[in-house]
Design a protein around this ligand. Structure first.
Ligand code: GTP
Ligand code: MG
Length: 599
C-alpha cells in the first residue's frame, strides 16, 4: 500500500518515518549506529529524519525537498511511504507524492498546533481524492503528554476536515523523537488506547474495486492493423471505472458514436470476455468508427458522462505566476487536452487562518489565483469535453492545468454548467447516435478521392470578394482532380431555410448557420472538400459550427486587411484584385494541413 505523509514544515514527518523504519526492523544491520556515529563526529545532534536515504541538500538543511520514498513491512503487508516536504515552496512535490498514494498520514505539531499547511495539505488530499486519512498529533513530549492538548487539536482539525467533507479514520498522539505510539503503545500516554501509527496503517482497507461503478475508459489511442488483410482497429485505454463485456454496446463521448464490443484484447494475453477497472485494454468493435484520442467510452446501458465547455471547479494553483482571468492555459483531463480560460473566480479559499477556519471571501471580486491558493471558479473550455462530476467518479472528474508546458495546477469538477451550444450539442449527439451507418468508411472515401474531407469557411466584410476567391479555389481544385463543392450561404437561405422568418435577426442568423453546418456535416461525411462563404462570421458562430462539424476539419479564412470580428482564423488573405493569390494561398494551406497532397 502506498502512503503519503504530509503536514506543515518541521512538524516531524521525516522523524516519524525514520522511527517506523527503525521499529519495523527495516534498516540494514548497523545503519542506525553508523548514522549516529557520523552525527557525533560532526558534532551535530542525531535526527531520525537522517535515516531516510534522501538528497544531500536535505541533510545539510534539515528539510525535505523532494518526496523521498521508503519501503517497509508490517506483519500485515508491505508499505511504500512518500515522505512529502512540508515547506510551502515545495507544495508541488507534495502534490506529486500524494497523487501516487492511496492513503495519507497528516502530522501536526502538538506545540505549534494547526498551521497553514496543515489546512492546505488536508484540502489538497481531499482534492486528490485520498479519503483514507489518519492524523498524527506529534511532539507530545513537548507538551508533557497532556491529553487536553491532543483533544483540543483533534477537535479543531476534525472540524476543519469535516467542513470539507473529509472524515479521518483516527487521531493518534505520538512522539516521533521519543518513539511513543509509533509501533507500540506508549506508557507515557495511558489515557490513549486506540492504537499506534503502525496499527492504524494496517487498519486502512485496500482500494475497493471500482467495478460496480459505470464503465469509463478514456481513449488513449486507436491502433490500426493493416497487415495480411487484418483491418481490425483497436481502441486502447486504461479503464478508470466499471467493467465491460464482449457484446456490450459502447458509446463514445462527446461524439455520440457507438458500436458493439467485438473482442477485448489484452496486451500479451489471449482475448478475454470482460475486463474491469485498473486494466489497460484494447477493444475492437463490430463497426469501424472514426474515433480520436481523448474521447471517453461508456456503456449505453449505464449513466452517461457529462459534456460541456463550462465547468464549475475547485482548483489549486501552484504556478509561480498567478492564474489570471485574461490568460489562456491547457486543461488535461484523462487523455484529453483542451485550451481553457478562467471565466470567473467565485471564492478563494486561503487556508491561512490558524483557528482552522477557511476564508470564504464571499462578495469579493477576484481577478487572479495566486500560487498555493485554492479557488472555486468557472472554467471556459474552447472545446466541449466529456467528464464526470468528481464526487461520483475519480479519474474522469479530475484535471490538471498546464501553463507553458508545466503542470501549474489541478482540481476537481464540481458541476457541469450550461453553455450557449448545449442544446445543439445534445441534438448533434442524438444525430450521431441515430446516424444510419454506411459500409464505406471515411478512410475508404479519402483513399478513393485522394483527399481528406474539410470545411473551408471563407469570411470577411461585405464586398471584399469572398465569392470570387471561392470560385477560383473551386475551379483550381477541380482541375487538379479533387472532389470539391462551393456552397454560398445564399444557396441554403432560400432553399433549406425558406421557412425561417426574418423577424428576429439574431435568431434567424443563428438558425441559418446551424442548418448550413448540418449541410456541411453531410457533405463532409460524403468525403468532399466544401467551400462555404459567409459575411463576417464571429467566434460564437464558429463555436456553434464546431459543435456540429468535426472541429479538426474546419479551416477559417478571413478575406481583407481589416478583421472586424473576434473570429480566430487559420489564414488571412487579401481581397479585391488579389483574389488569385488568395486562392493559391488557401490551396497551400490545404496542402500544409494534409487535406490534399502535392502538387
Ligand atoms: P520537512 O520535511 O522540512 O517538512 O520537516 P519534517 O516534518 O519532516 O520534520 P522533521 O522530521 O525533519 O523534524 C523537524 C524537527 O522536529 C527535528 O529537529 C526533529 O528532531 C524534531 N522532532 C520531530 N519529532 C519530534 C518529537 O516527537 N518531539 C520533539 N521534541 N521533536 C521532534
Ligand atoms: Mg521531512
Amino acid at each position: 500500500m502506498s502512503i503519503v505523509i504530509v503536514g506543515h514544515v518541521d512538524h516531524g514527518k521525516s522523524t516519524i518515518v525514520g522511527r517506523l523504519l527503525v521499529e519495523t526492523g527495516t534498516l540494514p544491520e548497523g545503519k542506525l549506529e553508523q548514522v549516529k556515529e557520523s552525527c557525533e563526529r560532526n558534532s551535530r545532534p542525531f535526527e531520525y529524519a537522517f535515516l531516510i536515504d534522501a538528497l544531500k541538500d536535505e541533510r545539510s538543511q534539515g528539510i525535505t525537498i523532494d518526496s523521498a520514498r521508503v519501503f517497509f513491512k508490517s506483519q500485515k503487508r508491505h508499505y511504500m511511504i512518500n515522505d512529502a516536504p512540508g515547506h510551502i515552496e515545495f507544495l508541488k512535490n507534495m502534490v506529486t507524492g500524494a497523487s501516487r498514494s492511496e492513503a495519507a498520514l497528516i502530522v501536526i505539531d502538538a506545540q505549534e498546533g494547526i498551521q497553514e499547511n496543515s489546512l492546505r495539505h488536508g484540502y489538497l488530499l481531499w482534492m486528490l481524492g485520498i479519503k483514507k486519512i489518519v492524523v498524527l498529533v506529534n511532539k507530545m513530549d513537548l507538551v508533557d503528554y497532556r491529553q487536553e492538548v491532543f483533544d483540543q487539536i483533534s477537535s479543531q482539525y476534525s472540524n476543519f476536515l469535516v467542513s470539507i467533507g473529509v472524515h479521518p479514520q483516527s487521531f493518534i498522539p505520538v512522539s516521533g523523537r521519543e518513539g511513543d505510539n509509533i509501533s507500540s503503545p506508549s506508557s507515557r500516554m495511558p489515557w490513549f488506547t486506540r492504537g499506534t501509527v503502525l496499527s492504524a496503517l494496517d487498519e486502512f482497507e485496500g482500494e475497493p474495486p471500482l467495478t460496480d461503478q459505470p464503465f469509463r475508459m478514456p481513449v488513449q489511442d486507436v491502433y490500426k492493423f493493416t497487415l495480411f488483410g487484418d483491418n481490425r482497429r483497436i481502441v486502447a485505454g486504461n479503464i478508470t471505472s466499471g467493467k465491460v463485456n464482449v457484446g456490450d454496446e459502447v458509446v463514445f463521448f462527446p461524439s455520440g458514436k457507438h458500436s458493439i464490443v467485438k473482442t477485448i484484447e489484452g496486451f500479451h494475453q489471449p482475448a478475454q470476455a470482460s475486463v474491469a477497472s485498473g486494466f489497460a485494454t484494447g477493444l475492437t468493435l463490430e463497426e469501424q468508427l472514426y474515433i480520436q484520442r481523448g474521447e471517453l467510452v461508456a456503456r449505453a446501458s449505464q449513466p452517461s458522462p457529462k459534456i460541456s465547455t463550462r465547468l464549475r471547479v475547485s482548483l489549486f494553483w501552484l504556478g509561480k505566476a498567478p492564474m489570471q482571468l485574461k490568460n489562456e492555459y491547457w486543461l488535461k483531463l484523462a487523455t484529453k487536452k483542451v485550451k481553457v480560460r478562467v471565466e470567473a473566480i467565485h471564492r478563494i479559499i486561503d487556508a491561512g487562518q490558524d483557528e482552522g477556519s477557511i476564508d470564504p471571501g464571499q462578495n469579493k471580486e477576484f481577478v487572479e489565483i495566486k500560487c498555493n491558493q485554492v479557488a472555486e471558479c468557472t472554467l471556459q473550455l474552447n472545446k466541449a469535453i466529456a467528464f464526470d462530476v468528481a464526487s461520483e467518479f475519480g479519474d474522469t472528474g479530475r484535471f490538471v492545468i498546464v501553463d507553458h508546458y508545466e503542470i501549474s495546477g489541478g482540481g476537481i469538477i464540481l458541476e457541469d454548467l450550461p453553455d450557449a451550444d448545449k442544446d445543439i450539442r445534445e441534438n448533434v449527439w442524438l444525430r450521431n447516435y441515430k446516424w444510419i451507418k454506411s459500409l464505406i468508411s471515411a478512410e475508404d472515401r479519402a483513399e478513393k478521392y485522394n483527399q481528406r474531407a474539410t470545411l473551408v469557411l471563407i469570411t470577411g466584410q461585405k464586398g471584399v470578394g469572398r465569392k470570387r476567391i471561392a470560385n477560383l479555389l473551386e475551379a483550381d481544385l477541380i482541375s487538379s482532380g479533387k472532389v470539391v463543392y462551393f456552397l454560398g450561404i445564399g444557396n441554403v437561405i432560400h432553399g433549406i431555410d425558406a421557412d425561417i422568418k426574418e423577424s428576429d435577426h439574431e435568431i434567424s442568423r443563428h438558425e441559418h448557420i446551424r442548418r448550413m453546418a448540418e449541410v456541411a456535416h453531410i457533405l463532409l461525411d460524403a468525403g468532399l472538400i466544401l467551400i462555404v462563404t459567409a459575411v463576417e462570421l464571429n467566434q460564437a458562430d464558429l463555436e456553434m459550427i464546431k459543435s456540429i462539424v468535426e472541429s479538426s476539419r474546419i479551416e477559417t479564412i478571413w478575406v481583407g486587411d481589416t478583421k472586424t470580428t473576434d473570429l480566430s482564423v487559420d489564414l488571412q488573405v487579401p481581397g479585391g484584385e488579389q483574389s488569385e493569390i488568395s486562392a493559391f494561398q488557401i490551396k497551400s494551406l490545404l496542402r500544409d494541413r494534409g487535406y490534399i497532397f502535392a502538387p
